[in-house]
Ligand binder design. Structure first.
Ligand code: FES
Length: 320
């Protein structure tokens, strides 16, 4: 699953805002890139087994380049810093084919796109797609300051620029994002999309729920998990297919414990965001710590993300 990769070359590299690397990636061997849907991301292979996910933020109608925006994260576990330091114009890299875990709702009568900081990236592709189908939408881009924000120039020049609203934390109160105003004007066919730092997203999602937008009309994509680590207890995983039982210590992930006995699980984000390490649970109760599964999927307790989630029961039986 998800193994197919593409060789691309960095056609343009630009630093924008504060610490945002904007890359245009073109096919290394010429031709066109595979089509992608707004909201999709790609796995960027950065060498030494480092793979990170970045949203595609260009126009989905453009088959010549994929555009990425990569914030240099001082708390980076290696991904964003490697991208900033290693990728220059002419660099050839591998990426996965686009995957979409954050699609637009085809039947929406109105779409509200809310991006916080680098979380604006999927919203830009969505804005292009909605504009192309003459759909009704608004894009709200929130940032710490005008100077910190990437993509302001291209959004100002875009054919949908009249639908773009910027909100800066250090600006006048009147220009801040007023969710009450935005959401109380929404009709029954409105869908909300949000991406950004988790605290920002939690605020937008809670306000939307409080103002009556049904959960099924609130779409979210986390790009990092900032939740404080909950207390962890040790447990066992029993592997149905191989017949092995492996102990997972308090300070270990299931992936690490399995690696210790020679069982390699494919991972990518290692944060419970991308779904690469998803596994079926045959018995026992998972302690879900990911943001990939929906609340309903978590309640079913029949799947688990092995990179971050744990067990509430003493043993989890896995389909491995
Ligand atoms: S590796 Fe991404 S969810 Fe586990």
């Amino acid at each position: 699953m998800f193994e197919e990769t593409l060789r691309v070359v960095v056609r343009r590299r630009e630093l924008q805002g504060q610490g945002v690397l904007v890359l245009d990636l073109a096919p290394a061997d010429g031709g066109e890139l595979p089509p992608f849907e707004a909201g999709a991301h790609v796995d960027l292979h950065l060498g030494e087994g480092l793979v990170r996910q970045y949203s595609l933020c260009g126009d989905p109608a453009d088959r010549q380049v994929y555009r990425l925006g990569i914030l240099r994260d001082p708390k980076s576990r290696g991904g964003s810093i490697a991208a900033h330091e290693r990728l220059t114009e002419g660099s050839v890299v591998e990426i996965g084919v686009p995957r979409n875990l954050f699609p637009l709702e085809a039947g929406a009568r109105h779409s509200i796109l809310v991006g916080g900081g680098i979380g604006v990236t999927p919203m830009i592709a969505m804005a292009h797609a909605l504009a192309a189908r003459a759909a009704d939408f608004a894009l709200h881009y929130c940032g710490r300051s005008q100077a910190s924000c990437a993509f302001l120039g291209e959004l100002a020049a875009a054919p949908f620029s009249a639908r773009v609203h910027t909100h800066f934390d250090d600006g006048a109160v009147e220009q801040r994002l007023n969710l009450v105003e935005v959401l109380t004007a929404a009709d029954a066919g409105t869908h909300l999309y949000v991406c950004g730092p988790s605290g920002f997203m939690d605020w937008v999602i809670a306000e939307a729920g409080r103002l009556g937008l049904p959960a099924g009309q609130i779409h979210k994509e986390y790009f990092q998990v900032e939740a404080p680590a909950a207390a962890s207890k040790a447990f066992d995983v029993a592997l149905k297919k191989s017949g092995k039982t492996v102990h997972v210590a308090e300070n270990q992930s299931i992936v690490e414990a399995l690696a210790g006995v020679g069982i390699k699980i494919k991972v990518s984000c290692e944060q419970g965001v991308c779904g690469t390490c998803l596994c079926n649970v045959l018995d026992g109760t998972p302690d879900h710590r990911d943001v990939f599964l929906t609340d309903e999927e978590k309640a079913d307790n029949d799947q688990i993300l092995l990179c971050c989630s744990r067990a509430l029961s003493d043993t989890l039986v896995l389909d491995l």
